[in-house]
Design a protein around this ligand. Structure first.
Ligand SMILES: Nc1nc2c(ncn2[C@@H]2O[C@H](COP(=O)(O)OP(=O)(O)OP(=O)(O)O)[C@@H](O)[C@H]2O)c(=O)[nH]1
Ligand SMILES: [Mg+2]
Length: 482
């Protein structure tokens, strides 16, 4: 017997229209079977949405209708009046339990007859056809609360064409892109459904509130993980005993090891943040030139995520006097860097990168003879800015992703650091991107500057400073969820 107060939603429709994708998004579960092959889902499977061990609602993934027309014919032949429609559907399922021909129909109708609400999914990129009428009619006969969702799989646009037929069968018709639905849109779906079923109003509204809290907590925990990573990476140094401290080639090799360790720290932070958002096996594509693991130290990554020379001067990180000797890059910062092409980037950026010492490397004598290199920490004041910018870019991508996506997370795609404009990799000149620095209010900017500057000087952060840093990160997030 199902718990009548636990909302259960059966996702139904034609085969291959994104039913399982919607289940995956709404249950935040990447294990749901999704594929371009029609008929992937052959039996029902329940996916509970749980937060802190409490199930908020469950979603039932079902196979697509296979013989809706024939099923409806049977029902019409066995029905005398509208008052017996639901009983007729029940009789249909009972009669055809063992009938292979109506296996899909019996599967998908069972949870609905057990009390599940209906989310009927169609693909708005393909045209409406009368073959859908039988499906919608059967669902109406069950008398269960229902909502229609227009998914978008391909490029076609038949949304208007669908409105009329769907409107005849469903009180609520929503556009809901299974793969791209924002978090806010997902919440709206739940609250929309809460209007349809009296006994679920309270549990679904509570579910929406709990999901919002969960999201807030995920972002907050991520911000602490990021803060701690900034500190750990800025403090990191590598000690290597050496018999020949003058050997530059060997030192270069060890410096590379040092860089790799930093990259690994960043990568493991990303993994932890992904797990917070319930992505366990997320594949990441970091091969793009801007964001690859190796180029944590590249000039392009530094000029995009770090402060521009002007910003460094403004914040007092480097002296104003140095400004005169450097190529003037103007106040455009990021946009200008990219707009001017790689040649200008290297010439211009190289000048001010060069003016700053990157990594502190020392040779120490060992008590029992011999020496050791101490490589690190990174002392360039831009380093924490670069790390923070990269981490927030990653966090932004996660906030905008849904669990229905099975492709790799491409960090440079649609790069848009603080939600302040779209970054266009193909045509950087068209970008309206703003750096983290530019997107901050003056007061926050100077707070952040103070904190990052402490970090860069390897000073420990007090608990209150760690919270301040986390708060600044969190404040940048809300708009990413819309
Ligand atoms: N681009 C895009 N593709 C989508 C979207 N939703 C689903 N798809 C793709 O459409 C195909 C079918 O998606 P499924 O979620 O498996 O569809 P289904 O209705 O459960 O299919 P069956 O179980 O076979 O009935 C998959 O290749 C999905 O990746 C979407 O919102 N955008
Ligand atoms: Mg499926």
């Amino acid at each position: 017997m199902t718990n009548q107060n636990l909302p259960a939603l059966a996702i139904v429709g034609h085969p291959n229209k994104g039913k399982s994708s919607i289940v995956s998004t709404l249950s935040q579960d990447s294990s749901v079977g999704i594929s371009p092959v029609s008929g992937t889902t052959v039996i029902n499977r329940e996916f509970p949405m749980q937060v802190d061990g409490t199930t908020l609602y469950k979603l039932i993934d079902t196979p697509g209708f296979q013989r809706a027309r024939a099923a409806l014919d049977w029902m019409q032949q066995h029905s005398n009046a509208a008052s017996d429609h639901r009983l007729t559907v029940e009789a249909f399922v009972e009669t055809h339990q063992e009938d292979k021909k109506f296996e899909a129909e019996c599967q998908l109708l069972s949870p609905i007859l057990d009390g599940a609400g209906i989310l009927y999914v169609i693909d708005g990129s393909t045209p409406y056809g009368s073959e859908y009428d039988a499906e919608m009619e059967i669902l109406r006969w069950t008398g269960q609360p229902s909502m229609a969702l227009i998914n978008q799989i391909g490029d076609g646009e038949y949304f208007d064409e669908w409105q009329q037929p769907l409107g005849q069968y469903f009180k609520i018709v929503r556009n809901f892109d299974a793969q791209a639905a924002s978090f806010e849109r997902q919440i709206q779906l739940l609250t929309g459904f809460s209007e349809l079923a009296e006994n679920w109003r309270e549990p679904l509204q509570r579910a929406a509130a709990i999901l919002r809290q969960q999201r807030k907590r995920q972002i907050q925990q991520a911000s602490f993980l990021i803060s701690d990573m900034l500190v750990a990476m800025s403090n990191y140094s590598l000690r290597v005993p050496t018999r020949n401290p003058e050997n530059q080639e060997a030192l270069a090799q060890q410096t590379q090891r040092f860089q790799q360790s930093l990259s690994a720290m960043e990568s493991s932070n990303r993994k932890e943040v992904e797990q917070l958002f319930l992505y366990d096996q997320l594949e990441r594509d970091e091969s793009e030139f801007l964001l690859s693991e190796e180029d944590l130290f590249s000039e392009s990554t530094w000029s995009i995520f770090g402060l521009s020379r002007d910003q460094l001067v403004t914040t007092g990180i480097v002296g104003g006097a140095a400004g005169g000797t450097l190529l003037d890059l103007g106040s455009g910062g990021l946009t200008l860097f990219l707009g001017s092409g790689i040649g200008a980037l290297v010439g211009g950026a190289g000048a001010w990168f060069g003016s700053q010492k990157m990594v502190k490397t020392r040779v120490l004598g060992l008590p029992l003879g011999g020496s050791e290199w101490v490589i690190g920490p990174v002392v360039n004041p831009n380093f924490p800015w670069v790390l923070l910018g990269r981490a927030m870019n990653h966090l932004q991508h996660l906030c905008r992703r849904t669990h229905a996506r099975r492709d790799a997370l491409v960090l440079s795609e649609g790069y848009d650091l603080m939600g302040a404009g779209n970054f266009n990799l193909e045509n950087p000149e068209d970008s309206e991107s703003t750096s983290l620095y530019d997107s901050l209010e003056k007061e926050q900017r100077s707070k952040l500057q103070t904190l990052l500057s402490r970090i860069s000087k390897q000073k420990p952060l007090k608990e209150s400073e760690r919270s301040q840093l986390s708060e600044i990160i969190c404040q940048q997030i809300p708009s990413w969820s819309d």
